[in-house]
Design a protein around this ligand. Structure first.
Ligand SMILES: CC(C)(COP(=O)(O)OP(=O)(O)OC[C@H]1O[C@@H](n2cnc3c(N)ncnc32)[C@H](O[C@H]2O[C@H](COP(=O)(O)OP(=O)(O)OP(=O)(O)O)[C@@H](O)[C@H]2O)[C@@H]1O)[C@@H](O)C(=O)NCCC(=O)NCCS
Ligand SMILES: Nc1ncnc2[nH]cnc12
Length: 284
């Protein structure tokens, strides 16, 4: 149950953070017209049973069995979770990517707890690193999702981006063991423990946006727009980020993203995932 609570809390931290460029938060709905804060609260709450099942699958998976089998198990749970999400949101996609990432994270956390025989209270960075390795092993065969796409009738945004640009989106992140979290999100949280929480979360958001190929930004605009935004965000970080500049650059980015109709939903999920792992490592 503890894993479920931390994952749910992380999803709430994400949507409660203001101002997030182009995204839903308590003050505005960013570039969205069909959802608001309550849609996300309804969705996150509806996902709790699945979050529990993901972690339970990891805790109880046979220790010597091949890890792709655990991925097959949680993907099935993920499909049921998507149905629960759409039922709770009146058919709006709030957390489809988050379901995928939290399926991997919660089950990998469960599996690492089982294999290392520790309690959640004793979680360390080494355990977080083991989660990333576990996920990479679980998703070894994920590239097969991209087989035979040319003959498929209906393609998801991620599948279209793969055909058009060779971009692997969230599947590529997972198969590489979440480098956005491993190399940026968690190191950022580890080195900013004395920064006030709100500012820290805003700079964490910028750090992730600058270093992730967010497929949501590309599908509503193009690759050149994503790269331009990332340069802009790198420049803010190089000047000391929100901790130094104050919140105004983030308010401006929000206006700009709304005008361009872009919404970095992948970055929002990675923020929630960083916070979740940060809770485990007691970085908050
Ligand atoms: C693998 C699936 C997630 C399939 O999804 P898809 O083929 O579309 O793959 P991607 O485009 O690669 O990504 C899907 C979602 O993942 C999030 N995301 C994007 N980039 C990254 C990244 N670099 N790292 C991590 N995560 C990333 C993102 O999800 C969030 O945004 C969504 C909301 O966006 P929004 O713009 O509001 O709404 P849309 O409907 O997308 O667009 P509009 O029409 O409004 O313009 C929300 O989902 C957030 O969570 C990407 O969207 C997975 O679903 C899958 O495996 N599918 C097969 C069936 C299955 O097995 N399901 C069970 C899975 S456990
Ligand atoms: N806060 C948010 N707003 C819009 N899309 C999202 N996807 C994940 N979190 C989101």
């Amino acid at each position: 149950m503890a894993i479920t609570q931390l994952a749910t809390r992380a999803l709430f931290y994400e949507v409660a953070l203001y101002p997030k460029p182009g995204l839903v938060d308590p003050i505005d709905n960013g570039a969205h017209h069909d959802m608001d804060l309550s849609t996300f609260m309804d969705s996150a709450t509806a996902l709790m049973p699945a979050l529990y099942e993901f972690s339970d699958a990891g805790l109880t998976y046979p220790l010597d069995a091949p890890l792709p089998g655990l991925f097959d198990e949680v993907r099935q749970i993920g499909l049921t979770a998507e149905v629960a999400m759409y039922a709770a949101t009146n058919h709006i996609n709030t957390h489809k990517g988050a379901i995928f990432s939290f399926a991997l994270l919660c089950s990998a956390v469960g599996h690492v707890l089982a294999t290392s025989q520790i309690e959640l209270a004793d979680w360390t960075k080494a355990n977080t690193d083991a989660v990333f390795t576990t996920i990479a092993q679980m998703t070894q065969a994920l590239d097969h999702d991209f087989d035979n796409l040319a003959s498929k009738d209906k393609l998801s945004y991620g599948e279209k981006l793969y055909l058009d640009y060779g971009i692997k989106g969230v599947r590529g992140e997972a198969a590489a063991g979440y480098p956005a979290l491993r190399d940026y999100g968690l190191p950022f949280l580890r080195r900013t423990q004395n920064t006030p929480r709100h500012v820290r979360l805003l700079d964490l958001f910028l750090e992730l946006l600058a270093n992730t190929t967010d497929s949501n930004v590309i599908h509503r605009s193009d690759m050149a727009t994503l790269r331009r935004i990332q340069h802009q965000v790198q420049a803010l970080l190089a000047q000391g980020g929100i901790a130094k500049l104050g919140v105004e650059p983030m308010v401006q980015l929000n206006k700009e993203f709304i005008a361009l109709n872009i919404s970095p939903g992948g970055t929002a999920d990675l923020l929630a995932a960083s916070v979740f792992l940060g809770f485990l490592e007691k970085l908050f």
